[in-house]
Design a protein around this ligand. Structure first.
Ligand SMILES: [Cu+2]
Length: 278
């Protein structure tokens, strides 16, 4: 274990409880300033948990890196029992700070509050790890961790486009916004129509992915990223065939990136989009 050091320790809040956590000292002002639209969901609990990521000393690009995530309560005591939700014990979203990269992985539970992953970071930069888990008998919790991969940060290849149609693995995803002007705090329905890219026929044989028709992760473009920037929307049951629909709200004005994932013939596809929220 000598080669492991604790890279960064970050505390957490319960999901949607965006203002009751401190992240790293440098993040504190952001966190406390971003809670206005969350008050209706706000829940405090004494049993806050935190996630620590343990990394090797040497972090290099384009090589699988062994990371250990330890879950503890606010006093540092190990939390070792978790409830399964959406078919897994932990859902982990890894993004680079500029939201140019996205990974959704399910860490292996080793017991004793410890999860293991082996991600590959394709470039230098600051990466944020949003871990989503449910301590036994408690609520779904999101913990934020950070890993810095040293080295030169590549310039963005091209500016992001606000396209509403993407073709992924021969599947065309059409993103239908309810309104051109989305407002912060309003409930909005986000619809994704799924078509065969060759004949534009609606695809009606999507398989469930983690128990739902699709999964949608939304993160507000911010620096640094905080837990308050993370939204995990759930698909609506019984939406029409060939369509994946989510009900959510954007807490604050800003620019958000959306990653919508779905299962076609056993392959998970990810379509990403940007939206402006006023
Ligand atoms: Cu997941």
């Amino acid at each position: 274990m000598k080669r492991f050091i604790t890279e960064i320790i970050v505390s957490t809040s319960l999901l949607l409880a965006s203002s009751c956590s401190s992240v790293t000292p440098s993040n504190e002002t952001r966190v406390s300033s971003s809670d206005t639209n969350h008050t209706e969901h706000h829940e405090h609990t004494a049993e806050q948990s935190q996630a620590l990521v343990i990394t090797p000393k040497k972090l290099v690009v384009n090589q699988p890196i062994d990371l250990v995530i330890n879950i503890q309560d606010s006093t540092g005591k190990t939390i070792d029992k978790f409830d399964t939700f959406q078919e897994k014990l932990m859902h982990l979203i890894i993004v680079r700070e500029d939201l140019a990269t996205f990974d959704h992985i399910h860490p292996d539970y080793q017991g004793n509050g410890s999860f293991k992953i082996n991600p590959n970071f394709s470039s230098s930069g600051n990466y944020y790890l949003f871990s989503d888990y449910q301590p036994a008998g408690q609520k779904e919790t999101v913990s934020l961790m950070q890993v810095k991969i040293p080295g030169a940060i590549p310039l963005p290849k091209n500016l992001e486009k606000f396209e509403k149609n993407k073709v992924i693995s021969n599947v065309k995803v059409n993103f239908n916004l309810p309104d051109k002007n989305i407002r912060a705090g309003q409930e909005v329905s986000l619809k994704f129509a799924i078509q065969d890219a060759e004949n534009n026929q609606s695809i009606k044989d999507l398989k469930p992915y983690l128990g739902e028709r699709g999964h949608l992760v939304i993160i507000k473009s911010s620096s640094p990223l905080t837990i308050a920037d993370y939204i995990h929307a759930h698909a609506i049951k019984n939406s029409p065939d060939g369509q994946i629909e989510f009900l959510t709200h954007f807490p604050q004005p800003g620019t958000y990136k959306l990653w919508m994932q779905f299962n076609r013939n056993g392959k998970i596809n990810t379509a990403d989009f940007w939206v402006n929220v006023g």
